[in-house]
Ligand binder design. Structure first.
Ligand code: ATP
Ligand code: MG
Length: 392
């Protein structure tokens, strides 16, 4: 059987200048970690591509490919057959290698990329020659250069040539870890897991923080959020999960502050705590899942009141997204089912009947000033527990 490997082509990273090497190193490290459970691979890189060569025969490359489709920093992926740099070897290997995919097709075309300009045939000549050989071997096929069922790629590179069928789409973005770390405020809802996914796609390593208010919220609610963390790991890598005891603070808000400001005060206190945890965990920013106008607490005025307490940036990657788009992404990444399990969030425990939709900072500060939360905030930070969810 011909030797096969996996090719992963960079996306945006290919455009990086001087520090491109750093991005490549991080991507290689992320890939190595991801491949470990499948067996031994040899990794190389050249010409905006990473070559992953399996070192044993029993590795299921399709399964590996499926997992690699979640790795950020990769634009396209394929399994490819390794050939000598001669048309004889390319043709001899391409015919049996492509059997399965070509038998399932009616039309095809060949595309050639000649990174090695010293190769004696030019790209159109490679296409014509291999196209002819494939037509002879599979007479049921015809060529369709516009809408072929299958595009066969021939790549002539430094040391070898590669033949493969169509590319699979990669996850895009930048490798996780290339943009530093940020702390995701993760509720059990649909939005915040998607917000975390979006920032991870920009190369941000994610930690997560979740606030619980037992006995108003159940263990099941917390387990649901932990499950969401686990479901994010194929994209985000390992996630440190911080769980904050929030009952006392919520009871104090209810007891001392005017009802119409409950939600915005609660958000501000969440932010206070999140910043302290972020500092301990080396996170440079917070991430939250709001989208303008989605609910009463997500008006620009309410967001302004929330952000007024944060001394580090608060990223809201969903701010301009419609709910339908967010739901679509949640389904695509596989968090939707878990997010829609019916357990209560601490936000819903003391929801005011008539929340102030457009609060001013002055009124909110006054409402919150009815009680000094400093000590309770510190206590909540001290009582915060941490566990790590590992890549699954
Ligand atoms: P989600 O679908 O993410 O729950 P939502 O539309 O329900 O969002 P809100 O309840 O207004 O929105 O919460 C806004 C944001 O505040 C959430 O996206 C999340 O980032 C954060 N948040 C809310 N509740 C919690 C919680 N219990 N723990 C951690 N973060 C929370
Ligand atoms: Mg919610």
């Amino acid at each position: 059987m011909a030797k096969e490997l996996i090719l992963a082509k960079y996306g945006e990273m290919a455009l990086k200048g001087l520090n491109r090497g750093t991005f490549e190193d991080i991507l290689m490290k992320n890939l190595r970690r991801r491949l470990k459970k499948f067996g031994a691979f040899k990794l190389n890189r050249a010409q905006s591509t990473i070559y992953m060569e399996p070192l044993s025969e029993d590795i299921d490359l399709d399964e590996v490919l499926e997992h690699l489709q979640c790795v950020f920093g990769i634009a396209a992926l394929c399994r490819a057959c390794v050939c000598e740099k001669t048309m004889e070897d390319i043709s001899a290997k391409a015919v049996p290698y492509l059997e399965e995919v070509l038998l399932g097709a009616k039309t095809f075309k060949v595309e050639a990329k000649r990174a090695d300009k010293a190769f004696p045939l030019k790209s159109p000549e490679i296409c014509a020659e291999l196209g002819g050989i494939l037509l002879d071997a599979y007479p049921h096929l015809s060529v369709d250069v516009r809408h072929p069922d299958v595009t066969v790629m021939v790549e002539i590179r430094d040391t070898h040539a590669f033949v493969h069928g169509a590319n699979l789409k990669g996850a895009g973005g930048l490798p996780v870890g290339s943009s530093g770390k940020a702390l995701l405020l993760l509720s059990g809802g649909i939005d915040s897991p998607v917000a975390g996914y979006r920032m991870a796609r920009r190369g941000v390593h994610i930690s997560a923080i979740h606030y619980v208010s037992p006995p108003y919220t159940s263990d099941r609610a917390q387990e649901k959020v932990e499950q969401l963390c686990q479901e994010l790991t194929p994209y985000c890598g390992n996630i440190a999960f911080f769980c904050v005891p929030f009952t006392e603070i919520q009871e104090a808000i209810k007891k001392y502050c005017p009802e119409e400001y409950f939600t915005v005060i609660m958000r501000r206190l969440m932010m206070e705590i999140a910043q302290k945890i972020a500092a301990k965990d080396n996170c440079l920013a917070l991430i939250a899942g709001e989208s303008v106008g989605q609910v009463a607490s997500q008006t620009m005025q309410a967001i302004a009141c929330t952000d007024a307490v944060s001394r580090i940036p608060v990223f809201r990657p969903l701010i301009g997204s419609d709910k339908t788009e967010i739901v679509e992404t949640a389904r695509m990444i596989g968090t939707f089912e878990t997010s829609t399990l019916p357990y209560e969030d601490c936000c819903t425990v003391f929801t005011p009947k008539h929340p102030k939709v457009r609060p001013s900072l002055e009124e909110v500060e006054k409402a919150q000033g009815k009680f000094d939360f400093t000590e309770m905030v510190n206590k909540a930070v001290e009582g915060t527990t941490m566990k790590v969810f590992e890549l699954s």
